[in-house]
Design a protein around this ligand. Sequence first.
Ligand SMILES: C[S@@+](CC[C@H](N)C(=O)[O-])C[C@H]1O[C@@H](n2cnc3c(N)ncnc32)[C@H](O)[C@@H]1O
Length: 247
Amino acid sequence: MSDNLDFIAPVDDGEEGFLIKPEFKPKSIRSFVIRAGRITVGQKAAFDTWWPTYGLSLYKGMLNIETIFGRKAPLVLEIGFGMGDSLLEMAKNEPEKDFIGIEVHPPGVGKLINNAGKEGVKNLRVFMADAMDVLEDCIPDGSIERLQLYFPDPWHKKKHNKRRIVQPAFVQKLRTKLKNGGVFHMATDWQPYAEHMLEVMNVAEKYVNLAHGNGYSERPLYRPITKFEKRGERLGHSAWDLMFQHC
Ligand SMILES: C[S@@+](CC[C@H](N)C(=O)[O-])C[C@H]1O[C@@H](n2cnc3c(N)ncnc32)[C@H](O)[C@@H]1O
């Protein structure tokens, strides 16, 4: 879908707007809720203008990272960038690295590519797709320097815990995508999820916790406060960062 925008269609209910469809394959358990894919005329314009520059498609298969960015540079991958403000800030702050973001929420993707385009950011590309599928089909093994998962959906209720993205099988899939020495960096503001992440990661094969005493890490300077985190702060939430290196 990368260039032709055939994933956007006008609504047929007489209202203004367009329907948009993120890419995902059938799955029994998802880490996200599929929301009504409606975007405004303004958001459609952002896709028309900037998708050909920044968009990557699940259906184009395994990426050749050097060809995409036209250089050899450390690669940062972010899963679930939300509205994209913090990912854009990091891409601008670390121009010597290349960034790929994955998000299923179309308005967030539209906002990110619109802002990146206006600011002329060159070291960023995005998938509008399920990260599970992208990891499986598009990301070469051993290619990622830093994997970012900031404030993933917490799935508070016990019966929904199985939808949490951090699970033993998922972190092993991620590990195959990390370079040796690469870092998987998570953050959450939901303490039971932080404890779950720690429990899963501290026994995960071929990962070492970068924090003293196998606990939580300080927020590193490169990670801005995210939009979701700011909302949590207003409600009095704390945040926990976890950093694990692939060894
Ligand atoms: C709670 S929000 C946090 C957004 C952002 N990281 C922040 O801190 O502001 C979690 C985001 O992850 C996205 N997400 C969840 N599962 C995903 C998946 N499998 N693939 C891509 N995005 C996903 C959701 O659409 C949502 O925007």
